[in-house]
Ligand binder design. Structure first.
Ligand SMILES: [Zn+2]
Length: 410
């Protein structure tokens, strides 16, 4: 068996967090004409480092393969746009940003967030490795560099005179293969008086909410506050404030500064540290209990779908998010059980989901089919989706949500 090392502290990884079997890349949608072609699949086996607590998937192939066919465009989710707009307004106030300020966002996607800073008259620059979203951002008038972030990019930007008051690195750290290089880049680019915000799903919620489907190959690291503080401290950065957010099933927004900056640690940060310590996130017994719950959840999902089929009830899925592919593949769902899914993103429509090959159709196909159950794969957006599909209830249909366990929304 190949030996893997922790991407932060380099200790050998010998403790399983959860093993979800073998799965294709969650965003490698299959064109129908390639349905019979071999599909590469990789182990989805997460480890926990006993030295630093970092839960992680070992890197298995170059990051470029993941991003080449990236179909996730942030602007297709309305609630995500509202989250971005609220974030911009809050940060403009908290960091007192004005016409002389600069904001740099790492992994800026299609400019979904920077547009709100730019509208407020603040200079904005995006760093985005995926070509498609970067082109979309540039078309909107948002300056964007198509590259990865790390020491080299940070050094180049600094040499060009960039001194960002705010560096936004929201929902990017979990995707970064070379964690220490990325964090070192933040340290280089951040002025003494500046602030970095990191948003990331919180390991506490992954464990407590049995959110195993948030584990997929593109998502390499799963952070607790304690682990992230270790990672930042190694580069002379520190967290001084923490907000808890409902996004992605429970996220943290961490405010980061230079070690020598005058920012005082907030009371919220202290509270969060204590709550984490009480949850024993770094204990093998906690990981074992999580694995047992994951297996029970898989059984509950399969039992529901098999029973629905046996009793003549139809189930269709809503959404084609990365997490849906982990769930469907790990639970062994086939088109017999769920004939197709629908998604508002036209770039995904007409393609097949990786592994399970469920066809992705226009949401109108779901309405036309009038299923008994709508299985919501992006459960973190369930309120928005249920509101958009109000007609489902008119024909007596019900919504099924796989979080934390499987439940029917009445
Ligand atoms: Zn480690």
């Amino acid at each position: 068996m190949a030996r893997h090392r922790c991407r932060f502290c380099a200790r050998e990884l010998d403790e399983t967090f959860v093993d979800l079997g073998v799965s294709p890349l969650a965003n490698s949608f299959v064109p129908p004409e390639r349905a019979d072609a071999a599909e590469p699949a990789y182990p989805l086996h997460a480890y926990a480092c006993r030295a630093c607590g970092l839960v992680q998937l070992p890197q298995f192939e170059p990051a470029a393969c993941i991003f080449d066919a990236y179909l996730y465009y942030s602007s297709y989710s309305e609630s995500w746009l509202r989250h971005a707009e609220a974030y911009a307004a809050e940060m403009i106030a908290r960091s007192r940003l004005g016409a002389d300020s600069e904001v740099i966002e790492i992994a800026s996607n299609d400019g979904y967030l920077l547009q709100y800073f730019q509208r407020a008259g603040i200079r904005a620059l995006g760093i985005e490795p995926a070509g498609g979203p970067a082109v979309a951002a540039t078309a909107k008038g948002i300056a964007t560099r198509t590259c990865y972030f790390g020491r080299d990019t940070a050094t180049a930007l600094r040499a060009e005179g960039h001194r960002p008051d705010l560096i936004v690195a929201n929902n990017v750290l979990p995707h970064v293969p070379d964690l220490n290089d990325f964090v070192a880049g933040l340290r280089i680019l951040l002025p003494e008086t500046g602030r970095v915000t990191l948003e990331l799903p919180h390991l506490l919620h992954l464990i407590e909410g049995i959110q195993f489907d948030t584990i997929y190959h593109e998502h390499l690291s799963y952070f607790s506050l304690a682990t992230l503080e270790r990672v930042l401290r190694a580069q002379d950065l520190r967290i001084f404030d923490a907000d808890e957010l409902p996004t992605h099933g429970g996220s943290l927004r961490l405010h980061v500064c230079h070690d020598a900056s005058p920012h005082q640690p907030s009371p919220a940060l202290g509270r969060l540290r204590r709550r984490e310590a009480a949850a024993n996130l770094d204990q093998p017994a906690t990981w074992r209990s999580f694995r047992e719950k994951v297996a029970a959840k898989r059984k509950a999902i399969r039992d529901f779908l098999v029973t629905a089929q046996r009793t003549g009830r139809t189930v269709l899925a809503y959404g084609a998010p990365a997490k849906g592919n982990t769930l469907l593949n790990y639970c062994g769902i086939t088109r017999e059980l769920i004939p197709f899914t629908v998604d508002r993103n036209p770039h995904k429509q007409g393609l097949l989901l990786p592994g399970t090959h469920l066809p992705v159709r226009d949401p109108r196909a779901l309405v036309a089919a009038r299923p008994d159950y709508v299985f919501i794969l992006p459960w973190n957006l369930k309120d928005e989706i249920i509101a958009q599909l109000a007609e489902v209830r008119a024909w007596g249909g019900q919504f099924v949500v796989p979080a934390p366990m499987l439940s029917i929304v009445s």
